[in-house]
Design a protein around this ligand. Sequence first.
Ligand SMILES: O=C(O)CCC(=O)C(=O)O
Ligand SMILES: [Fe+2]
Length: 298
Amino acid sequence: MMDAERPDPEDRMPVEHLPADATPKQVADVLARDACVVLDRVASPDTMKRLREELDPYVEAAGAGVDEFSGKHTTRIGGLIARSQTARELVEHPAVLGAVRETLSHSHNFQLHLTQVIAIGPGESAQAVHRDQWAFDFFPFPQGYEVQCNTIWAMTDFTEENGATRVIPGSHRHPDRQEYKLEDTEPAEMEQGSALLYTGALYHGGGANQSDATRYGLNITYALAWLRQEENQYLSVPRELAAELPESLLRLMGYAKGAYALGYIDDLRDPIEAVRPEFAKKGFGELDQVRERLEGER
Ligand SMILES: O=C(O)CCC(=O)C(=O)O
Ligand SMILES: [Fe+2]
């Protein structure tokens, strides 16, 4: 990487924190400026405790990562919609979802992209600094066109010592495919129950854990609904369970059209019909809205 692109230590921006009652617009404004923001104590320690109780058995049963990127001292588990009522609530947390909606409002719809506990164990080294949107086969999305709005909830306190996520605020404006060093990043320290929000274009990575306790984070990410999901929700959540979930959560999981005519079943049927026929909308629908939107953009 050329030096001109390396963040100058003098220009380093700290990670901005907002109170839990910040409006979606306030959160989205900081995301537009920095590509990351911490919402302080948006969930209670009690909620985090419940999450641990529901998910610890899966974490304990899972092995550590098999490569450097996933972390050889890090355990990751997914399928959290199926496994945890508390995770389901956090996926639909109104403050976070409002900010996600605002940040991804340039597209017809957005959807849940993945749900994952990331438990960084003592002795783990720092993860390579990356953009989450590289998951889309490194497609070079235009700068300013955000395709993801992501969260990492602090299930335990996040400190520099225990592996708080490392971020480069403002790096959504940097060139793509850059390599950064740890010194270029800031730790997103936050209290248990807080959430780091960041866009798919933010350069970041898991921190090294130099403490003697595991750092637990809950990574819930959202992406534009015309892109493929990282975690396949249709196959991660058994149909019998899906049939019991609320409509709003099912729509978020992908039982909705990604755009006009994107993702229908056979005779133009609403995808939600597969699990909850009573919620189905008829036909393509919304054509007037789509037309209005296209006319507005002309
Ligand atoms: O666990 C963290 O702090 C970040 C992990 C991460 O960025 C990733 O796995 O993509
Ligand atoms: Fe990441």
